[in-house]
Design a protein around this ligand. Structure first.
Ligand SMILES: [Zn+2]
Length: 308
């Protein structure tokens, strides 16, 4: 049984500016935590650039072209107060989405059981027609819709345990009952969506958690709401928006999770992937802003992926 790691040096070169929490140092911390000596059996692969056609499963072509045209030749361009592009942001965004697409292809081709995409910019806030919240393209949604278009999968699920609600993924999925989106997130918090009453066409499960919620509230929400609904959905591919900013040390939010919680949810999601999807699982990095907590949490997540 095997796990692939998709990443690319261009993802280190997307630079939203000094003092921005979504810094290249995040990805360096992730790659250090996953380094060859600690994870010798992790097969490392270079992420390709996503094809424009794949991005267009989620984002209108005009929006994709407008965003790529806005990438500056020098300096920075702000899309909003938080979402900022530098000269290398276009390639980084294409590699981030391309990593998830390639991971989907590899897992479906049985080159590995599962894959983790160590990429930035993150994706889950990017709505079909709006880049926001540090996110340019919605990497995980692009991968999910590629799995349908290129491989004919019928039921694809994204589970999002980032501390923020994945408004972009929900927006891309909420009217399509062959897609499933479920999220635990601190609430209220940016971006303001993710109330329990937001259920799409019965294919969206939101479990908002109050600030200071910890392991027990997180595991209860997963065990009683999300995992049973995911099991009922019988996904042919399980995808994870793996944000680690719910960690107790994270500076951007106030949940109290730790590495063990990420290991625990990874095990539960593998069980469901094995039950319905032949074990096929693709995970992509979203948030996580305390560098040591991020490294330790990613290591816990990938260790479980590899233990299948
Ligand atoms: Zn987040």
């Amino acid at each position: 049984m095997s796990t692939l790691l998709y990443t690319h040096p261009a993802c280190l070169e997307h630079d939203p500016g000094d003092h921005h929490p979504e810094s290249p140092a995040r990805l360096r911390a992730v790659l250090e935590a996953l380094d060859e000596s600690a994870f010798p059996r992790l097969e490392r692969r270079e992420a390709p650039e996503a094809a424009i056609e794949d991005l267009c499963w989620v984002h209108p072509r005009q929006h994709v072209e407008r965003l790529l045209r806005a990438v500056p030749k020098s300096g920075h361009v702000g899309i909003d107060a938080d979402t900022i592009m530098s000269p290398r942001s276009g390639e980084a965004a294409l590699r981030a989405a391309g990593a998830v697409v390639a991971a989907v292809d590899s897992v479906i081709a049985r080159e590995a059981d599962n894959a983790f995409c160590a990429v930035r910019p993150p994706g889950h806030h990017a709505e079909p027609e709006r880049a926001m919240g540090f996110c340019l393209f919605n990497n995980i949604a692009v991968g999910a819709l590629h799995a349908r278009a290129a491989h004919g999968l019928n039921r694809i699920a994204v589970i999002d345990f980032d501390v923020h609600h994945g408004n972009g993924t929900q927006a891309a999925f909420e009217t399509d009952d062959r897609l499933f989106y479920a999220s635990t997130h601190q609430y209220p918090l940016y971006p303001g969506t993710g109330a329990a009453s937001e259920t799409g066409v019965g294919n969206v499960v939101n479990v908002p958690l109050r600030p200071m919620s910890g392991s027990s509230q997180f595991r209860t929400g997963m065990s009683t709401r999300i995992l049973p609904a995911l099991d009922d959905f019988r996904p042919e591919l399980v995808m994870i928006s793996a944000g680690f900013d719910g960690h107790r040390r994270d500076p951007l939010a106030q949940l109290m999770l730790d590495e063990d919680d990420y290991g625990w949810i990874t095990e539960r999601l593998i069980e469901i992937a094995c039950r319905h999807a032949g074990g096929r699982l693709v995970s992509a990095l979203e948030g996580g802003y305390d560098l040591s907590a991020l490294g330790a949490s990613v290591a816990a997540h990938v260790r479980v992926l590899m233990s299948v």
